[in-house]
Design a protein around this ligand. Structure first.
Ligand SMILES: Cc1cc2nc3c(=O)[nH]c(=O)nc-3n(C[C@H](O)[C@H](O)[C@H](O)COP(=O)(O)OP(=O)(O)OC[C@H]3O[C@@H](n4cnc5c(N)ncnc54)[C@H](O)[C@@H]3O)c2cc1C
Length: 497
């Protein structure tokens, strides 16, 4: 019989560790103590700077002011990701956080547009009706005060990962989280149950707890090294297994979007911050040597490199159980999906939220554990499919890397989604899928999938009214753009400079 949970030990002080510690302390601090152990000698992975809009819910929940957060973490605003060279070389498209046009009852906007394209020869595209896209291209940003959903401008942030961890540490310690520095050398388990009882530091100090959150990064100190949970490997679908990262000097104008630029055997990220750009190349070690990867990255930087390259190895996939016994793995210890859609920090936030929802205050209950694991698995698989879509549906003929990805078998769940859209123009969001219909639409269109049909509900608009409707929507969407400040002006004003 397991004890009530009175003390939570977080192992690791990277983004995962500090998010987990702050969230648990903030919400359950009256009932549980939280201690975080991290080793300065080991350090953190040092990357992870682009996010998606739900991060704002996390910040709100933690009571952070946007101005403090943006100032302290040297953040910028993110409206979209621009994918370059993915379908073919020389072409690009955006995956924005917005939604094109306006949603009508039972009918997404893209059906109306498809009808106009097929019947009237309309040559506009979904991005012409997307405020996020229009602002991203114009380098504009602002908080649009409106109740009209058509004029919403959903956004996320880019931030400095090191500064973010410091920021959350300060917050967590102010709420009463105890931080212990030291290298964990041993992990003690209960002889009968196999539950973790304590971690022993190099200094001999023992840190005991009832529940352990393993945020030790790729090592998976508790979840893998001690509990041998096992790992589901997805490299056959996502063959990139390395990255090299290097910061470079800032540009005069800070872009309000991330760039994801496809190369011969991988892709490069460019993340604009206030004080520098974050850059990195994600690549397959079967197709590029480390030297080739570094060379590709350095010869595609738009500004001077200002640090040493950081090489990182990874294996795409997930821990078979993200909650095993009294250990919950969060962050890189729980699995890895490459940062193409900036989902890892979101997975940390979502794991921490799920833990709160299923918190085993009376002791570990297997039903709570099973529910947690089921939901984590679904979440990982849905994001996995979305990432595979970018690689698989390509028309690049220039390298084996792209040809192999095009010809590989993909998960049945993804094939179904692609075929449904191709034949009927329909997109359905799976339950709790992180990515909504506009996300799937933009990437399918950007990768070159043409729908052959549209929903008959689009016919409920009189043919003579269709062109006028589209034109007025374009006007409505374009209207706010010239009135907004530039992205840099907005940051300066917000941060009080
Ligand atoms: C190339 C790359 C690019 C990425 N880009 C993005 C992105 O743009 N957006 C995004 O959302 N995510 C991104 N990620 C993911 C993101 O970096 C991670 O999700 C995030 O940093 C969390 O890492 P972590 O805290 O799990 O692990 P780490 O940062 O590795 O932290 C591990 C912690 O465990 C501690 N530790 C380990 N062993 C011991 C020990 N024996 N004793 C004591 N302490 C120990 C370390 O000291 C450290 O504090 C990227 C990841 C990679 C690899």
């Amino acid at each position: 019989m397991m004890n009530k949970i009175k003390k939570v030990v977080v192992v690791g002080g990277g983004t995962a560790g500090w998010i987990s510690a702050s969230v648990v302390k903030k919400v359950l601090g009256d009932f549980v103590d939280v201690e975080l152990v991290e080793s300065d000698a080991v350090g953190t992975v040092g990357v992870g700077e682009a996010t998606i809009p739900p991060i704002r819910l996390l910040n709100n929940m933690l009571g952070l002011s946007e101005a403090d957060f943006v100032r302290e973490t040297k953040a910028s605003f993110k409206l979209a990701i621009k994918f370059e060279n993915w379908r073919v070389k020389g072409e690009s498209y955006y995956h924005t956080f917005g939604a094109p046009g306006k949603t009508y009852a039972f009918c997404h906007f893209h059906h109306l547009l498809k009808r106009a394209q097929m019947e009237l020869g309309d040559t506009s595209n979904v991005w012409d009706y997307d405020l996020n896209y229009l602002c991203a291209e114009a380098g504009k940003f602002g908080h649009i005060k409106t109740k009209d959903p058509v004029l919403e401008l959903p956004y996320a942030y880019h931030f400095d990962a090191g500064l973010y961890a410091k920021f959350l540490r300060k917050l967590s310690e102010s709420m009463g989280v105890v931080r212990t520095e030291g290298f964990i050398e041993h992990v003690e388990q209960n002889q009968e149950t196999g539950f973790i009882e304590s971690v022993i530091l190099k200094s001999g100090q023992k840190v005991s707890g009832d529940l352990f959150i393993d945020c030790s990064g790729f090592r998976g100190l508790l979840i893998q090294q001690k509990l041998n949970t096992g790992y589901e490997d997805w490299t056959h679908w996502l063959p990139c297994d390395r990255a090299v990262a290097v910061p470079s000097e800032r540009f005069e104008n800070t872009l309000p979007y991330t760039r994801a630029i496809a190369h011969d055997a991988g892709w490069q990220w460019r993340i604009p911050l206030q004080h520098r750009n974050g850059n990195g190349l994600v690549y397959s070690s079967h197709h590029y040597t480390d030297e080739q990867a570094l060379d590709t990255l350095l010869s595609n930087l738009d500004s001077t490199a200002i640090g040493d390259p950081n090489f990182i190895k990874f294996r795409t996939g997930r821990a078979r159980k993200q909650w095993n016994k009294n250990v919950i793995a969060v962050g890189l210890a729980s699995g890895f999906l490459e940062p193409l859609e900036s989902t890892s920090i979101h997975l940390i936030q979502s794991a921490a939220t799920r833990l709160l929802q299923l918190f085993p205050h009376n002791g570990i209950d297997q039903k709570l554990v099973d529910q947690y694991n089921l939901e984590s698995q679904r979440e990982y698989e849905q994001i996995r499919d979305f990432i595979i879509l970018h690689y698989h549906v390509n028309e690049r003929e220039d390298t084996m890397f792209w040809k192999d990805l095009r010809n590989m078998d993909v998960p049945e769940s993804l094939t179904h989604k692609i075929e449904l859209y191709r034949a009927n123009g329909r997109i359905f969001r799976e339950q709790n899928d992180l990515f909504l219909e506009p996300s799937w639409l933009q990437v399918m269109l950007g990768q070159g999938i043409e729908a052959k049909d549209y929903s008959p509900i689009a016919k409920t608009i009189a043919r003579d009214n269709l062109d006028g409707l589209l034109r007025s929507l374009r006007t409505v969407k374009n209207d706010p753009v010239p009135k907004l400040s530039t992205h840099d002006q907005f940051i300066e004003k917000l941060c009080g400079r």
